[in-house]
Design a binder for this molecule. Structure first.
Ligand code: SF4
Length: 350
């Protein structure tokens, strides 16, 4: 392993090919690349830009507004991942809602939310179902179990997203995409191969350890100068060609594609998932007749540009001044996977 790392490092440090823009689609990659010091060994012509793969960051303000409305107007117990609590909505975050008496329960998984609903039958419980292909199967499983258990006090507020639409939209933003291995572990590689063959989009699937990330960079820096679009699965110990069939089946059984609003990116056709008609008893929007929320963000915030790789977090005028992890103005500064939070945490000027 040490030898492999050494070899990868030597390839990266010795790169003398053309300039290349690499998009870390996934927020966890952004953080790990900072954390492992990969940026420090990259030659200057290798530019890293962040992408939209942070579920909290791309969840629109209107979704937070819906959750706040449920908590304050309908007395619903909101079960959510901790990251979402401080994400600003149009006027309030869930933390604000909590200070106004709303019941906001932090959970680590949809199954925790299901268990909470089972143990608190006198409360209406809604789980905030955000995330990509990796987290969606667990949300579906929680609905399946709620149905089997005959629960009538459990529902999802969905903002689940799928990556293909985003890849299409961002195809001109980078020369090479660093694809998130955990997403491909569910979806398989067919889509990425298609993007490569039909659209000429180059990309490489990678994991999250030092060796996996450095190997991916070494492979892409070998391939890029050849001038042909390429797709490589550099995470074969986890990612298979067909992905996880049971997870795909579970999603298909409970959810269907829909157009979806992405914070900063706008509406992307067929880039979201919602509960199927047959599961509408578990759809919070149907169950509580949630009114349409406009969802406004601060005009100072450039999360949209950050998420499309159009600017660095440090190009935002309020980065580190008005906007810090303690007092976030935008979602990218809140989430552990957010690019602004990574730049702030690692004290980077880009
Ligand atoms: Fe938005 Fe804050 Fe990032 Fe600026 S620094 S883009 S306000 S999250």
């Amino acid at each position: 392993m040490k030898e492999q790392l050494k070899k990868a490092k030597a390839i990266i440090e010795g790169y003398d090919g053309p300039a290349v823009r690499v998009m870390e689609v996934c927020g966890t990659h952004t953080h790990e690349i900072f954390h492992l010091g990969v940026r420090k060994i990259l030659p200057p012509q290798v530019e890293l830009i962040s992408g939209p793969g942070c579920p909290v960051c791309v969840t629109p303000a209107g979704f937070i507004d819906e959750a706040v409305w449920l908590a304050l107007e309908k007395n619903v117990t909101i079960c959510t991942f901790g990251d979402l609590v401080r994400v600003p909505g149009s006027t309030k975050s869930l933390a604000d809602a909590r200070s106004l008496g709303g019941k906001i329960q932090m959970v680590y998984s949809p199954m925790d939310a299901f268990e909470y609903a089972k143990e608190h039958k006198d409360e209406q419980v809604v789980f905030l179902s955000v995330g990509f292909e990796t987290t969606t199967p667990a949300s579906c499983l929680s609905v399946k179990m709620a149905k089997e258990a005959g629960l009538t006090n459990y529902a999802l507020l969905t903002a689940n997203k799928t990556m293909p639409g985003a890849y299409e939209m961002l195809k001109d933003s980078a020369d090479v995409f660093l694809y998130p291995g955990h997403v491909n572990a569910i979806t398989g590689n067919a889509l990425n191969r298609k993007l490569c063959e039909e659209e000429g989009i180059s990309g490489i699937v990678t994991g999250f350890t030092a060796s996996e990330i450095l190997t991916a960079f070494a492979v892409l820096l070998k391939k890029f100068p050849e001038g042909n679009p390429f797709f490589v699965n550099a995470y074969p110990r986890v990612v298979t060609e067909e992905g996880s069939i049971p997870a795909q089946k579970l999603i298909k059984e409970w959810m269907e594609p829909c157009d979806s609003q992405w914070r900063g990116l706008g509406m992307i056709k067929n880039s979201g998932l919602r509960l199927r008609k047959e599961a509408q008893d578990f759809d919070a929007r149907v169950k509580f007749s949630i009114p349409k929320m406009e969802g406004r963000t601060s005009p100072a915030c450039r999360c949209g540009d950050v998420l499309q790789g159009k600017c660095r977090p440090t190009d935002c005028k309020v980065f580190g001044k008005g906007c810090t992890p303690l007092h976030p103005i935008g979602a990218c500064m809140v989430s552990n996977e957010g690019a602004c939070s990574a730049y702030y945490q690692y004290n980077s000027r880009g």
